[in-house]
Write a protein that binds this ligand. Structure first.
Ligand code: FE
Ligand code: CA
Length: 523
């Protein structure tokens, strides 16, 4: 999608002088943005109201994203039913005096006038600034960053991970803080949108009924993207995204709906709508382009030899939840060897990635909790059927593989459950002497669940029956990580309230994993 490198390089003197002459066909040459001569399409409102984003950084490039939507909540985002040319440029400096790549692409009406530019030819481990122009209007300037070369030995990687941002349930104060952090990237583990109908009980409102059509999903994504703090965090860092269930439908599993009366054929039509809208709104590469109801979102993003980020999809290929879903005692179906979380293809791919990885830290960025944590309920100990705990055979197979193949420092990042957990991962969670194989950091929600709490009593009860759990709380927030060749540190940033603005970020707990010594230790 990226155009060939234009030989023209910008410098400030040229930039200023050229404005009067308007000799350039390229719109940035004209400082009088918005003049009639510049407009191929006339839009009633500013087209970049959903902001800009970048994603999937590699050593030589990154994806640049935007979507033209002058009226975000109107049909087609307020765009006419025609394709629109969009120019882009990426520079070493915020003032765009040192542009290194630029080009023109098409915002196609078939793809909701979204733009995905896969820029290449950039320098590794380098910061860049980018901007779009369409219909004579300039987008905000985004900041992004390439990753170090595959064989480089970076001294650190700083990133944050997040999940679960129900728009009605709370404000995105977490992103207000994250946008000010000093990060190389942000990882989103799913529930970027929620599919439910509008409610009068939240602090903000969805628009309309439960989303099912392509237009519904597009409008819901657009609504979420109007949030200024979410936009600011996209603007500030490249994102690495994967979905969970709510981008499509609550607790979906493969082609099986949680509702009993939905045929698989109908459910796949809806899935195609959900996946297409997701692609349209995320800075994803062409490799993720959906084909009907199928979309490959699992992928590996290396960070030099320091870390490999295997981004997983535990929804699209998931076997139907055992025992009718819910949180209950483990039933025989939990031990059925036919059950799968990742599907055979993704599981084989993951094994190969991990086996070949030269990285010190091997990260699995995924959705649902791997640790088989039991919850006390009355006098029973119950397990969520919608997590790896319900899928005993694939969970044991994964952990046994990490152990047998001696994968270097596996770390699992998890979202989904609107609470923080820090876990040791082992092959046998019932055996206290079973060795620790990996570390799991479960991050709470950005906003889902509304104002959270420490839940100290519940945490104590959970830890009593699950000795491999080191920390649990149900505050809102996100997790900030700093990874070096020697240590991995995860800081749990707690946002005490989200139903009114202005909450601080309080570091509630910090855990360190030492290279070569699996298991998180509180610091
Ligand atoms: Fe969620
Ligand atoms: Ca979820």
């Amino acid at each position: 999608m990226s155009s060939p490198l234009c030989s023209l390089h910008w410098n400030r003197r040229f930039f200023l002088k050229s404005s009067a002459a308007a000799v350039m066909a390229w719109p940035f040459a004209d400082m009088r943005i918005g003049t009639a001569a510049q407009r191929k399409v006339t839009l009633s409102e500013y087209p970049f109201q959903l902001g800009v984003a970048s994603g999937d950084p590699l050593p030589d490039g990154v994806v640049l994203w935007t979507r033209l939507a002058p009226q975000p909540l109107q049909p087609a985002g307020g765009m006419p039913p025609e394709d629109v040319p969009v120019t882009w440029r990426i520079a070493r400096d915020e003032g765009f005096t040192d542009v290194v790549r630029e080009g023109t692409t098409t915002a196609s009406a078939d793809w909701a006038h979204s733009v995905h530019v896969e820029v290449d030819g950039l320098e590794p481990d380098h910061a860049y600034f980018y901007q779009f122009v369409a219909a004579g209007e300039k987008s905000p300037t985004g900041r992004t960053r390439t990753t170090p070369r595959r064989d480089a030995k970076p001294s650190e990687c700083r990133f944050a991970f997040a999940s679960c941002q129900h728009f009605e349930a709370g404000l995105y104060t977490a992103y207000e803080h994250m946008a000010k952090d000093d990060l190389h990237a942000v990882i989103h583990l799913g529930d970027y949108i929620y599919e439910g109908k509008e409610s009068t009980k939240g602090v903000r409102r969805h628009v309309g009924p439960e989303i099912k059509t392509l237009e519904d999903y597009r409008r819901r994504h657009a609504l979420y993207k109007t949030d200024p703090h979410l936009q600011a965090t996209h603007l500030a860092f490249p994102w690495i995204v994967t979905w969970d269930d709510h981008e499509f439908d609550n607790n979906c599993a493969g082609d099986v709906s949680e509702e009993k009366n939905v045929s698989s054929a109908d459910f796949l039509v809806r899935r195609a709508n959900a996946y297409k809208a997701y692609y349209e709104h995320m800075p994803l590469r062409k490799s993720a382009l959906p084909k009907g109801p199928d979309m490959q979102i699992y992928r590996n993003l290396p960070y030099g030899t320091l870390a490999d980020f295997c981004v997983l999809d535990t929804r699209q290929y998931l076997s139907d939840q055992p025992c009718g879903d819910g949180t209950k005692l483990q039933c025989p179906e939990c031990f059925d060897p036919q059950m799968t979380m990742l599907g055979a293809q993704q599981e084989a791919w993951l094994s190969e990635q991990l086996t070949r990885s030269p990285a010190t830290w091997n990260v699995l960025a995924q959705q649902v909790m791997v640790a088989r944590a039991k919850r006390p309920r009355n006098d029973q100990e119950v397990v969520s059927m919608d997590q790896w705990g319900g899928y005993d055979v694939p969970r044991t197979r994964l952990l046994k593989f990490l152990q047998d193949a001696k994968i270097s420092n596996p770390v699992v990042l998890t979202g989904d459950i609107h609470s923080n957990w820090v876990n040791d991962l082992k092959v046998d969670f019932d055996d206290a002497s079973s060795p620790i194989i990996a570390s799991e950091f479960v991050g709470t929600s950005i906003s889902s669940g509304g104002d959270g709490d420490l839940r100290a009593e519940a945490a104590a009860a959970i830890r009593t029956i699950n000795p491999f759990v080191h920390f649990h709380s149900a505050e809102r927030g996100y997790v900030r990580c700093r990874v070096t060749p020697e240590t991995w540190q995860s800081d749990y940033c707690a946002i005490p309230y989200v139903t009114r603005p202005g909450a601080p970020c309080e570091i509630r707990a910090s855990f360190v994993v030492e290279n070569g010594r699996p298991g998180p230790q509180q610091v």
